[in-house]
Design a protein around this ligand. Sequence first.
Ligand SMILES: [Zn+2]
Length: 457
Amino acid sequence: MDWQLEAEKRKDHMLKELQQLMAIPSVLSEETTPDAPFGKDVKRALDWFLEKGTANGFDVKNVDHVAGHLEFGQGDELLGILGHVDVVPPGAGWTKDPFGGAIEDGKLYGRGAIDDKGPTIAAWTALNLVKDAGFEFSKRVRLIIGTDEESGFRCVERYFEKEEMPTIAFAPDADFPIINAEKGIAGLVFSKSEWSQADALVSFKSGERTNMVPDLAEATVAGEFTAWQERFNKFCSEQQVSGSAVESEENTTLTLHGKSAHAMEPDHGINAGILLALFLKDHLSGDGKQFVEFIAVHFHNDSRGRKLGLDFADEISGDTTFNPGVIRFEKGKKATISISMRYSVSYPFKEKMTDFETEGFLLEIASDSPPHHVDENDPFIQTLQTVYEKQTGQKADLLAIGGGTYARVLKKGVAFGMLFPGEKDVAHQLDEFVDIDNLLKATAIYAETIYQLACKK
Ligand SMILES: [Zn+2]
């Protein structure tokens, strides 16, 4: 079977279906009903797939209107393919209609083109291609459609409470070749409420989300304006960052600009909060000093948790990282440092976290999503590698990442495409698009994968 050729035969039909699905503005909405818990447009996108499934002879199921599946084949074992039809809001500034599905220079444009309607349509086309070829199936194959990937995975959480966990599965919602290791993602909060000696620090604020390196930090301090301004300007020029001191009523507001980056590699950014703390620690004497010193001592030039004693690395997934993304202080009140910790696959989490306490700050584990890993020697992984290498002529390296993909809800699942190595990631960006040649290539890869994993030879 020439899978690439078969995919190309379906090109026009596939693009038409993708345009239909992309025309539905399936953004999470506040206006919900019991049969549209994420809004009517999200539900329409789910229904679109379920109707297609019914028309094409699949066994179709709607699970509480939050997810659904289309199933084909036979056997005890189940191969799952997990995609999603919800999209993030388009935002302002598009040069194309975000729901128009315009085709230009070999690209199809619109919100969801690469995340995740395009890849889900590629999997859907691949499944039809294998089904229509008349092969005998040795497993059941199930395309699972989620509708809340972008805002918290409530879809798949509910789905897997009620439905069978696939024996093996892949999610076409990230990168090729294969992401088989994802670090654990924990939310840590250091806090302190008991303060005894107020000093010049009135307030301190940096960051809005722990999963980003904050590019802005602001502190209000009491004391003589020109003195603060002089010292702060000197510090900013030494650190080669921009900052400003502004006089406000009796106080001075210091603003420092860093560089934003994703929390999965804090060293790619410049954490404005940490730098501002580093500056302030030498010019305070009481509660504020204690607070900023804790930040500066434990996090400046150390995104690996070495000074906290929480560092750890392994060969599969690399270093554990710490991103103090949100920092808040107001004189006399509870002060917090909220961190996104991305911990290595073999991190001894319980052991390291038990009884961990440091310098009067309390540590609370606000959230924890354990690491996800499928062994590289698993025959499932090896099949994916073989197919990928055959279809692309490229080596199918295994990837480990600090972010979380849709695959982490699966028992034995990996992220498999469909962004190819070196391709620009336009997910969530303005003028999001999918490259049509790559869409066809991904379809061929998914079709052969389904054939190799679920059909009798
Ligand atoms: Zn996605």
